[in-house]
Design a protein around this ligand. Sequence first.
Ligand SMILES: *Cc1c(COP(=O)(O)O)cnc(C)c1O
Length: 233
Amino acid sequence: MTNRNSSSSNMYDVKGHLQTVLDSLPAGVRLVAISKYHPNEYIEAAYELGQRIFGESHEQELRGKHEALPKDIQWHFIGHLQTNKVKYIAPYVTMIEAVDSLKLLKEIDKQAARCGRVIDVLLELHIAEEETKYGLAPDALRQLLAGGEWRQLQHVRICGLMMMASYVDDEAQIRAEFQLAHSLFDEVKQQYFADADYFCERSWGMSHDYLIAVQEGSTMVRIGTTIFGPRVY
Ligand SMILES: *Cc1c(COP(=O)(O)O)cnc(C)c1O
């Protein structure tokens, strides 16, 4: 267990930074505090200020934190998830944000069924210029949905889209990527989820670009460094 009293004096000012972020978010935008690589006491400080949604990207780290920390924390899995790890987080995870294949979607469905749960997920879009193996390009997203197999999955609920913009200084480029993501959201919403109120989440915006993201219609920002300081890997 962490000892709040002995460590609080030289602890990074999590509460102050969290409050600043919260004050800068418009009503209706939810904050996922990205706590990966940060110690439990940082999460506890944010929790004391009322924060309940936290994001992690590694299964084992998440498992340890879930076991140690208050049970009303809503954990979002934000990283690339290997199918063989789904079973470990299925019993308790609130949302899996970065689903980028039908295979993963099916595995989440299977493990959620075993737990008697329905797990909320987001489909991860890949728009950024950076080469990465992860995320669905716009046409891959369209294909996955057009395929229709996802409709049979009773234990996952597709709640929206998630994406990361290019890590660049060019604000116009970042903004254009968010706008493209938003237009894809609208397209998919209209075509497949027009009657589904739960399909409403646009998860974009990180420490360096979240103010642009909220201007471009983000409903959920994922912020780590600005709240908790630099990560120690
Ligand atoms: C680490 C991470 C974040 C938070 O990044 P910061 O720059 O620390 O705010 C957001 N989203 C994803 C998917 C991440 O992996």
